[in-house]
Ligand binder design. Structure first.
Ligand code: SF4
Ligand code: SF4
Length: 175
């Protein structure tokens, strides 16, 4: 990727928070538990299960839910009001900035297998920074743990044939 003067780039100031207003923020299970604890809210008030996530655009392992129709793929995302993340303030700042998920920390870069690619939605030319690589490495660790926890939850849940319920999910993981 071509490098450009950091004084000109790496700034979100002139953007209308496109990423926070247009993208589903997909969480790992460990992140979900941390975020619920950090906000002090009930899990179902800040997090939800969704199926309408493009699984090709996220490295997150889906939660597999068995129904009488077969196996469905669900993802955990931060709740949204219309298309806006519920943690986006009126001045376009993030109300959970210090606890924001890894996908937010590394955006506009996204994990693509073992490497990172630039998110197409972002209009600014960024260069990678050392802390982005650090957060990406932490996300990879989280994703590994997430997959193990998701498989266990899915297996123990069995064939209930119901939509996944965030309250029951939080109880299961003692969130
Ligand atoms: S958690 Fe914060 S940074 Fe992430 S999408 Fe929401 S408002 Fe934006
Ligand atoms: S990361 Fe890109 S899309 Fe998101 S607020 Fe910054 S400039 Fe806008």
């Amino acid at each position: 990727m071509q490098k450009i003067n950091p004084k000109i780039i790496n700034s979100c100031r002139d953007c209308t928070a496109r990423c926070c207003r247009g993208l589903a923020v997909v969480l790992t299970i460990p992140e979900t538990l941390r975020l619920v604890a950090a906000t002090g809210e009930r899990a179902e008030e800040v997090i939800e299960f969704r199926r309408d996530v493009d699984s090709r655009a996220t490295p997150h392992y889906p939660l597999l839910v068995r129904t009488e129709k077969g196996v469905e793929e669900w993802f955990i995302i931060i709740r949204r009001q219309k298309r806006d993340c519920i943690f986006l303030n009126g001045d376009l700042s993030c109300s959970i900035y210090h606890d924001r998920p890894f996908v937010c920390r590394i955006y506009p870069f996204e994990l693509d297998g073992k490497t990172m690619k630039k998110g197409a939605l972002c209009p600014v030319k960024f260069v990678t920074e050392p802390n982005i690589e650090f957060d990406a490495a932490r996300l990879k660790k989280d994703l590994f743990l997430h997959e193990v926890m998701a498989r266990r939850w899915s297996h123990e849940r069995g064939s209930k044939g119901e939509r996944p319920d965030m309250r029951a999910f939080a109880v299961y993981f003692k969130a």
